[in-house]
Ligand binder design. Sequence first.
Ligand SMILES: C[S@@+](CC[C@H](N)C(=O)[O-])C[C@H]1O[C@@H](n2cnc3c(N)ncnc32)[C@H](O)[C@@H]1O
Length: 263
Amino acid sequence: MPRRTPRDGRRRALSQNFLHDQQVVADVVATLHPPPSTLVVDLGAGAGALTQAVAARGARVLAVELDPRWVRVLRSRAPAWGDVDVRAGDALRVPFPAEPFSVISNAPYAIGTKLVRRLLTDAHGLTRAVVVLQREAALRLAGGGRFAASWAPWFELRASGRIPARAFRPVPSVESAILTILPRPIPLLSPAAYPGYDRFLTAVFTGRGNTVAQRLGVRPAELAALGLPRDATPGAVDPESYARVFTHLVASGGTCRTGKGSP
Ligand SMILES: C[S@@+](CC[C@H](N)C(=O)[O-])C[C@H]1O[C@@H](n2cnc3c(N)ncnc32)[C@H](O)[C@@H]1O
């Protein structure tokens, strides 16, 4: 059995599986399609595969990397790539720019969900984010569960692609996919509606019964009038439909089980 070196340990702790397949790099950058001169933050830049490809499109890049060894490498290579600023820092703490920016990231999967949450809550100037995640995590976050439903009034979350493990070096043990975060130009609900919406989602996702209608205590015909199948189950509903249902059944003073929670 090969012996582990301290370098292996550090690589494992920081999850340093670098994107190696140039077609996948191109696909990830194409998903972001950053316009020239706009600011892109690359969180967990590593050896700079994404940074370099984004800079080649004429965007300005802020490359954030935690490992001082890769910060040094990035600083030595970046001048040849274009307008790239390298910052030594933690993707979960680094201050976000004051101007509008987009995010590209293939960071350690262990911090993937925390990073996505941070982008949803703290990144006020965010125009779009493209994050490479373990495939199951991308599907779970964008799928029909409570996470996507909670954020759907303010963000569209899309999972796409299927990135094979062989696209990375060293080769990890899991498949990956892209999660795209798109802030909605016009939110489907006001922030003030959130507490009521959250109670509504508690009823939808943890209430009694199998169908959304049963859990909300409404007639299936009422849901059908809002474009949902009469027997829709929570996992099968498109996350953004919940804002519409909430607005009609709760905010408009309806009689569903969460009616006491009108915002
Ligand atoms: C999976 S590698 C990917 C590197 C590069 N983005 C790529 O696609 O090839 C993740 C990188 O994030 C760095 N990293 C780990 N934790 C980090 C953190 N909390 N903040 C910023 N960078 C981090 C690692 O050192 C590593 O360089």
